[in-house]
Design a protein around this ligand. Structure first.
Ligand SMILES: *Cc1c(COP(=O)(O)O)cnc(C)c1O
Length: 372
């Protein structure tokens, strides 16, 4: 088959093309101002972002990982505590628990949603459990009503890892407003990406917001006065300014993703799709499919100029750095099967319907080998 143009997994150059002039003007203004760390651009972005998520407070951080770390610290999590979460996530979810000195308790996902199984969550609770991190994987909200029922019964703090879920909704509410405190990432490939690194803590709890604001700036409310041990997790002004430009486009970009995802659903055959999220809108950060011949399919698509991703090839509990912890050896069958079978198709707002048709057509042309 003739190789047509490359279909990219994400395409930040195309995104930049759309907003180049506005982005460069915004960045130029920051350079001229000489105010590079926190400051008015970050404060304005925090307000606009909190408004977008429907929460009272947003506190910018220098990554999604630092947002998770500070959210846990603000909630009082530390050594001796257990925090329940999933193993089917990006490593940072669990690293943040370890940074606090608490113990991560990893449980399996519901295979229908790829998100935290509320029953597995409840079974994992002990006297030491203090919090749960609900990850909204692929931009699909975890089942927050069921998770909240369990968490409230056991008086646990609910942290949302909404790094992938900006703009997703659950029963009419936005990701980031569904628990006690939430974390977002502005890693460039996320739906709302910085021109570098960035993150945000979102919450309706004033005490949590206040604590995170101090912790991100060396435990300081006033320059050179350090009330508690904190970190340098400050968001840069250039990121605040760039993210303000992109936040204005986010709703349109997420809508474009939804239309592309609907076209995938219509055209893709021969692999398993996840059921549409029944509680609300997905932001389609990732469009995953499942295939028992994932690696061969991935190669087949790559040969046809189609980039794909795998989220994630190795679950957290099977990572070398996790085995060093010498925790109980876990078996999480749904998580492990998904990691072996999942393939993320190209998904970004600058794809065309023709691109989607080409991906679907290439998947249909895949002939799984039978000599296994
Ligand atoms: C991206 C991501 C993070 C970490 O964010 P960074 O900004 O890269 O530190 C955490 N959790 C999940 C689920 C993510 O996808």
């Amino acid at each position: 088959m003739a190789r047509t143009s490359l279909i990219r997994f994400v395409d930040l150059a195309a995104q930049h093309e759309e907003i180049r002039d506005e982005l460069q003007a915004a960045v130029g203004k920051v350079i001229d101002s000489g105010l590079f760390v926190l400051g008015p651009q970050v404060e304005a972005f925090e307000r606009e972002f909190a408004g977008y998520c429907g929460v009272a407070y947003g506190v910018g951080t220098n990554s999604g990982t630092s947002a998770l770390h500070l959210a846990l610290l603000a909630a009082g999590i530390g050594p001796g505590d257990e925090v329940v979460t999933v193993s089917l996530t990006f490593w940072a979810t669990v690293a943040a628990i370890l940074y606090t000195g608490a113990t991560p308790v990893l449980v399996d996902v519901d295979p229908a949603t790829c998100n935290l199984d509320p029953l597995a969550f409840e079974r994992a609770i002990t006297k030491k459990t203090k919090a749960v991190i609900a990850v909204h994987l692929y931009g699909r909200c975890a089942d927050m009503d069921a998770i909240a029922d369990v968490a409230r019964k056991h008086r646990l703090v609910i942290v949302e890892d909404a790094a992938q879920a900006i703009g997703s909704t659950y029963n009419g509410r936005s990701a980031g407003s569904l628990g006690d405190i939430a974390c977002f990432s502005f890693y460039p490939a996320k739906n709302l990406g910085a021109i570098g690194e960035g993150g945000m803590v979102a919450t309706n709890n004033r005490a949590y917001a206040d604590r995170v604001r101090i912790l991100r700036d060396h435990g300081s409310r006033h320059k050179y006065s350090h009330d508690i041990l904190g970190y340098n997790y400050r968001l840069e002004a250039i990121q605040g300014a760039a993210l303000r430009v992109k936040l204005k486009r986010l709703a349109a970009w997420n809508e474009a993703r939804r239309e592309l995802a609907a076209e995938y659903r219509r055209l893709v055959k021969g692999v398993a799709l996840l059921a549409k999220e029944k509680h609300g809108d997905e932001n389609h950060h990732i469009f995953p499919v499942l295939s028992a011949q994932r690696d061969a399919l991935r190669q087949h698509l790559s040969d046809r100029g189609i980039e794909t991703g795998v989220h994630y090839p190795v679950p957290v509990h099977l990572q070398p750095a996790f085995s060093l912890l010498e925790l109980e050896r876990l078996s999480l069958p749904h998580t492990e099967r998904i990691c072996n079978q999942v393939l993320s198709l190209p998904m970004h707002p600058h794809l065309t319907m023709a691109d989607i048709a080409q991906v679907a057509e290439s998947i249909r042309a895949f002939r799984p080998s039978t000599d296994l």
